[in-house]
Ligand binder design. Structure first.
Ligand code: PBG
Length: 331
C-alpha cells in the first residue's frame, strides 16, 4: 500500500543549509540586556548562592565587567544594588541619595565605558526596611507617597547619567509623575522602560537573596504586582504606561508569560522586552548542574523563544555567556 502525504514539510529541514535558509529569526548581542548586582567596597566579589554563576561586584569590578560586556557586544547593563541593611529605613531616604551605591556605579560606568547604556531599577525595595517596593503605612503600601519618593529616586538616577530608567514598582501614576519631573528638570532624553506587565511571581526568589531583600520583606506584593491569572489586566497596564510616557515596556517574568510578550507586541507594536528573571535562570542552571538538561542549549532556546514571541530584547543573567556563543557563530 502506498502512502502519499499531502505535503512534505520535512523537505526544508533536511540539511543545515536548508534549515539556515528558512530560519525565521536570529539572536544578536543587540538583543541582550545584562542585569548585574553591585555591592560596596573595592575589589570585592560575592557569590549568590541561589544563582550559581552570578556574583555581586563592587563598583570598580562592575566597571570592569561593563567594559568586558561592551567588548563582547552587549549594549545595555542594568544595575541592582545590594544595600547595607543599616541604610534601610521606613521612608527609604537612601533611594534618592545622589551618592548611593547605584548612583555611584552609574557615574563610574558612564565615565569609563560611555558607550554602554546604563539601565536602573526604580523601586524602593533595596532601601526599604519593610522590603516593599513602596512605602508602608499601617501595613498598607501607600501609592501616592510612594510615587513622590520614586520620582526623587528617578531624578537622582537621571542626574547620575542613567540612560534607561526601569520603574519596577507597579504603583499607579508613576510613569506620568516621572515624565513630568524629567521635563521640568531638563532630562528630556532620559528613556523609560516601564516594568508594565509585572506579575506577583514566585520566580523572583533568588533575586531577593541577591539584593538582600528576602529578610526584610513582610508579606507579599500582591496588592501592587499583577495576578498571574490576568492577561487583559497586563495589557491595560501596558496601555496606561505608554499613555503616561513610557518609551519601552517590559513583561516580567519571561518564560511563563510569553503569551503576554506576544500580545503586547501585537497590540501595541512598541519596543517590548522580557525579563528572564532569577528563578528562570536558577531552574536552567540547577537542571544543567545536575546533568538533567544541556544548559547551553536550554539557555539559547529560551532566548530564541523571546524573539519568537515578539520581544525586541531580553534582560537575562545569561547575557555574557549567550553573547560569547552568538559571537562564536552558535547555531
Ligand atoms: C524590585 C525588582 C524585583 C526584580 C527586579 N526588580 C523583585 C521583586 O519585584 O520582588 C526581580 C528580578 C529577578 O527575579 O531576576 N522591584
Amino acid at each position: 500500500m502506498t502512502f502519499t502525504p499531502a505535503s512534505r514539510l520535512r523537505r526544508l529541514r533536511r540539511t543545515p543549509a536548508l534549515r539556515a535558509l528558512v530560519r525565521e529569526d536570529r539572536l544578536s548581542t543587540d538583543d541582550l540586556i545584562w542585569p548585574v548586582f553591585v555591592c560596596d567596597g573595592e575589589g570585592i566579589t560575592q557569590e549568590v548562592a541561589s544563582m550559581p554563576g552570578v556574583i555581586r561586584r563592587s563598583v570598580d569590578l562592575t566597571v570592569e565587567a561593563a567594559a568586558e560586556a561592551h567588548a563582547a557586544g552587549i549594549r545595555v547593563i542594568c544595575l541592582f544594588p545590594y544595600t547595607d541593611p543599616s541604610l534601610k529605613t521606613d521612608l527609604c531616604e537612601e533611594a534618592w541619595n545622589p551618592e548611593n551605591l547605584s548612583n555611584r556605579a552609574i557615574r563610574a560606568i558612564k565615565a569609563e565605558v560611555p558607550d554602554i547604556a546604563v539601565m536602573t531599577d526604580v523601586a524602593l525595595d533595596p532601601y526599604n526596611a519593610q522590603g516593599h517596593d513602596g512605602i508602608v503605612r499601617d501595613g498598607v503600601i501607600v501609592n501616592d507617597e510612594s510615587v513622590a519618593a520614586l520620582v526623587k529616586m528617578a531624578l537622582a538616577q537621571a542626574e547620575a547619567g542613567a540612560d534607561i530608567l526601569g520603574p519596577s514598582d507597579m504603583m499607579d501614576g508613576r510613569i506620568a509623575a516621572m515624565r513630568e519631573a524629567f521635563e521640568g528638570a531638563g532630562y528630556i532624553d532620559t528613556t523609560i522602560m516601564s516594568y508594565a506587565a509585572k506579575y506577583a511571581s514566585a520566580f523572583y526568589g533568588p533575586f531577593r537573596d541577591a539584593v538582600g531583600a528576602s529578610g526584610a520583606l513582610k508579606g507579599d506584593k500582591k496588592t501592587y504586582q499583577l495576578d498571574p491569572f490576568n492577561a487583559e489586566e497586563g495589557l491595560r497596564c501596558v496601555a496606561r504606561d505608554l499613555d503616561e510616557g513610557a518609551d519601552m515596556v517590559m513583561v516580567k517574568p519571561g518564560m511563563p508569560y510569553l503569551d503576554l510578550c506576544h500580545r503586547v507586541k501585537e497590540t501595541f507594536g512598541v519596543p517590548t522586552y522580557a525579563y528572564q528573571v532569577s528563578g528562570e535562570y536558577a531552574m536552567i542552571r540547577a537542571a544543567a548542574g545536575n546533568g538533567w538538561i544541556d544548559g547551553e542549549k536550554a539557555m539559547m532556546e529560551s532566548l530564541m523563544a523571546f524573539r519568537r514571541a515578539g520581544c525586541d530584547g531580553v534582560l537575562t543573567y545569561f547575557a555574557p555567556e549567550a553573547a560569547a556563543l552568538i559571537r562564536a557563530g552558535w547555531e
